[in-house]
Design a protein around this ligand. Structure first.
Ligand SMILES: [Zn+2]
Length: 271
């Protein structure tokens, strides 16, 4: 699933490709891909100009002025640049043609994942209304983390919880906890101030590096130019089960934490 770095890259790509361009055609595969329905989707988008593209958590926001597209790429969704118009289908769930022949397909969206909202109501969207602070905002402070970590839940479970911090998923949480030398099953309320500071620093550093390398590609993720990311070569722990830890040489172990496959170096991340 695209996490914060991948959604950031895709959002910036779409801005580069399409910002300032007028929509000449807009179709969705099925009525329930968008709250606007097939007809509403067409009527509200055709003739409007894409002004900007932003990101909230793992959600892409397409700012068309008086209407905002709220796009969630879910598991393996992509934004594809197509050589020419094609009618939407199961794969190319929503297709938008901009002036000068630019055609973007939003692929494999689930039901309702290309909603259209009035700008003033975007914060009420069910995928957005419960989002915690973005890791790159001031609200995501060490103080804030210390507050939300005052619970008995596992630190991994809390970092995956989009209402605690928005944008992190399984890959980056494993990398962050390894960088901070914290075991994923640690109860958050047992973390020291130093450990919380390490998690805070590692979160921003690792996400920044991943954005710089245009994301992590294991299977489906490609940017809007069709290129794969490069951060998978920098991963220190994720998907390296059985391989030696790059820091200490201990075999990396895998278990299930918070319902997700979790990678740990038992030496660098003692319990
Ligand atoms: Zn190690």
């Amino acid at each position: 699933m695209p996490e914060l770095p991948e959604v950031t890259v895709i959002s910036e790509d779409v801005r580069t490709l399409a910002a300032g361009r007028k929509v000449v055609r807009a179709e969705i595969f099925r009525e329930n891909v968008s709250n606007a329905g097939v007809e509403g989707f067409r009527e509200r988008l055709v003739g409007s100009t894409l002004r900007d593209v932003r990101r909230r958590g793992k959600i892409i926001l397409l700012d068309f002025g008086d209407v905002v597209g709220v796009v969630h790429l879910v598991i393996s969704g992509r934004v594809l640049r197509l050589p020419a118009w094609r009618d939407p289908d199961k794969i190319h769930t929503a297709v938008i043609e901009f002036e000068d022949g630019l055609v973007l397909a939003f692929t494999k969206l689930w039901l309702g994942y290309f909603d259209l909202y009035e700008p003033e109501h975007v914060d009420e969207h069910p995928l957005i209304s419960h989002l915690g602070p973005d890791p790159f905002t001031e609200a995501f402070s060490v103080q804030y983390l210390a507050g939300v970590f005052g619970r008995k839940a596992s630190v991994k479970g809390l970092l995956l919880d989009q209402s605690v911090v928005s944008g992190l998923g399984n890959i980056y949480v494993d990398e962050v906890l390894f960088a901070a030398s914290v075991h994923p099953t640690r109860k958050a309320d047992t973390l020291t101030r130093e450990e919380i500071e390490s998690i805070h620093t590692a979160t921003r550093e690792i996400l920044s590096q991943a954005i710089g390398l245009r994301g992590t590609t294991f299977d489906s993720y490609h940017d809007a130019f069709g290129e794969v990311g490069k951060f998978q070569h920098q991963l220190k722990i994720f998907a390296r089960v059985g391989e030696p830890c790059r820091v200490c040489g201990t075999k990396i172990e895998k278990s299930r934490v918070a319902g997700r496959g979790t990678h740990v170096c038992p030496t660098c991340q003692p319990l």
